[in-house]
Ligand binder design. Structure first.
Ligand SMILES: Cc1ncc(COP(=O)(O)O)c(C=O)c1O
Length: 408
C-alpha cells in the first residue's frame, strides 16, 4: 500500500515528541532537513543568551565566575550531556571545538599506550579527523594508518594505540556497532576514540554500556547549541587518572588559582580543559541541553529512524533517478539520509528555493537530516513530494541553481 499524507498525519497525532517543536524558533513554512549540520535555535537559548549578556556579563561582571556559576559551566553542561550519550556525569566536559578535543584525546590515548605507534582510522572519515590525526602523527612520531571500513577490525594489531572512528559517517550515515569495535580493539590492547558528532542528540549512544574509552562530538548539530557551539569530550572514569592532555592549560591544572609555575594535572575530567571557557557559547548550548534532556534518548532515536525510513520509502517509490547511499537497515545508520545524483548540487538548490533545506556534499551527495525534536512526519511527506516534483519537472535545470556557493 502506498504511504499517504493521512498516514503521516496519523503518525504525528501519536508522536509523544511532537510538543518539542514549539520550543524551537523556525521560520514558518520551512522544512528544515539540515539539523544534522546546524541545529535550529531553541527559544530558551535566545532568552538565556540575552540574560547572560545583559545581567551576568553586564551587571555582575567578573563576580559571575562565582555567583553565576561560570567556572562550573564546562562540567555542569557536560553532566547534562552525559545523560544523552550514556555516560556518567563526571565523564563528560564541554570545551573547545571537536577538532581540538580530538587532538587532545588522540594524544591522550597515545599517553595511555606508550610503546604503541599506530593510530588507526578509515579512509574517508570526516576531513578534520584525519587532518588532526595527521598533525598529531607528525608531532608524536606515531603513524596514522587508514584502511577501508570493511578492513578495520582485522587491521587492529599489537602496535595499535588507538582506533579513531566517527560513529555515524557524515557522508553515508553508516553506523558502526560501537560495542563490537570496542571489544575488538580491547582484545588487542588498543583503545577507541569515537567521534559522536552525528550521534549525540540523535541516537541513544551507550558509551558506558559499550565499554567506550574516549569520545568527542559537536555541540551545534543535533544538540542545537548554535553556530560554532563549544564541543564536548568524554573520558571513561577508568582512564581519567592516567591520561595526559597535550594542551596542559591552566584550567586543567589541579589548582588553577594557585598560579604555580609547574603543571600539575587535575585527577579527573577537568584535566581535559585547557583555557578559559567560552561562557556565551556554553550558555546557549546548556539551554539547548536543558530542553533535550527532557526527551528520552531511546524515543528520540526511534522517531528519527521512523522519519528517515518514511523518507527512504517515499524516495525509493517515487524518485527512481536517485541512488540511496545510506544503509537500509535502521540499526546500521544514523539520522541523515544520503542520496546521489550527478546534478545533486542543483537539486538541493532547487529544493531550498521551495523551502526544503537539505545540503550537498561533493561530488554528488544530497543529504537530508531528520532531527526528531523539530520535524513532523507530514513535513517529511511534503519534502519527499517536493523532491519528486523537482525531479519530474527538471526544475533544478537552471543556471542559478548550478552556481556554487563557498559553503555547500
Ligand atoms: C564527524 C565530524 N567531526 C567533526 C566535525 C567538525 O569539527 P569542528 O567543530 O572542530 O569544526 C564535523 C563537522 O561537520 C563532523 O561532521
Amino acid at each position: 500500500m502506498p504511504i499517504t499524507r493521512d498516514d503521516a498525519l496519523a503518525l504525528d497525532a501519536a508522536d509523544p515528541l511532537a510538543p518539542f517543536r514549539d520550543a524551537f524558533g523556525l521560520p514558518q513554512g520551512l522544512i528544515y532537513l539540515d539539523g544534522n549540520s546546524l541545529g535550529p535555535p531553541p527559544k530558551a537559548a535566545h532568552a538565556r543568551l540575552a540574560d547572560v549578556a545583559s545581567r551576568e556579563w553586564g551587571f555582575d561582571l567578573i563576580a559571575s565566575w562565582n555567583v553565576n556559576g561560570w567556572m562550573d559551566a564546562p562540567l555542569r553542561a557536560g553532566a547534562k550531556l552525559a545523560r544523552l550519550v550514556g555516560a556518567k556525569p563526571d565523564e563528560v566536559a564541554v570545551a573547545d571545538s571537536t577538532s581540538v578535543n580530538l587532538f587532545k584525546l588522540a594524544a591522550g590515548a597515545l599517553s595511555l599506550r606508550p610503546g604503541r605507534r599506530t593510530i588507526l582510522s578509515t579512509a574517508g572519515e570526516f576531513p578534520t579527523d584525519l587532518y588532526v590525526l595527521e598533525g598529531l602523527a607528525g608531532l608524536s612520531g606515531a603513524q596514522l594508518k587508514t584502511v577501508a571500513p570493511d578492513a578495520l577490525l582485522d587491521a587492529i594489531d599489537e602496535d595499535t594505540a588507538v582506533v579513531v572512528l566517527t560513529h555515524v559517517h557524515y557522508r553515508t550515515s553508516r553506523r558502526w556497532d560501537m560495542a563490537a569495535v570496542n571489544a575488538a580493539a580491547h582484545a588487542k590492547g588498543a583503545l577507541v576514540l569515537w567521534d559522536l558528532s552525528h550521534t549525540a542528540g540523535a541516537l541513544a549512544a551507550g558509551l558506558n554500556a559499550s565499554g567506550a574509552d574516549l569520545a568527542v562530538g559537536c555541540g551545534y548539530k543535533y544538540l542545537n547549541g548554535g553556530p560554532g557551539a563549544p564541543a564536548w569530550l568524554y573520558v571513561a572514569e577508568r582512564h581519567q587518572a592516567q591520561i595526559r592532555s597535550p594542551l596542559s592549560g591552566w584550567m586543567g591544572h589541579a589548582e588553577p588559582f594557585a598560579f604555580e609555575d609547574a603543571y600539575r594535572p587535575a585527577g579527573d575530567i577537568r584535566a581535559q580543559l585547557c583555557g578559559t571557557p567560552a561562557i556565551l557559547g556554553i550558555a546557549a548550548l546548556e539551554a539547548a541541553l536543558d530542553l533535550q534532556v527532557q526527551a528520552d534518548p531511546a524515543a528520540v532515536e526511534a522517531k528519527g529512524l521512523q522519519l528517515s525510513q518514511l523518507f527512504i520509502d517515499l524516495v525509493s517509490e517515487h524518485c527512481r533517478e536517485l541512488t540511496l547511499a545510506t544503509p537500509r537497515d535502521p540499526q546500521a545508520r544514523g539520522l541523515h539520509v544520503s542520496l546521489t545524483h550527478p546534478d545533486g548540487y542543483a537539486i538541493v538548490q532547487a529544493l531550498i528555493a521551495r523551502g526544503v533545506v537539505g545540503d550537498f556534499r561533493a561530488p554528488d551527495v544530497l543529504r537530508f537530516g531528520f532531527s526528531p525534536l523539530i520535524l513532523s512526519h507530514a513535513e517529511v511527506f511534503d519534502a519527499a513530494a517536493i523532491l519528486r516534483e523537482v525531479l519530474a519537472t527538471r526544475a533544478y535545470d537552471r543556471p542559478e541553481f548550478r552556481q556554487r556557493a563557498a559553503v555547500t
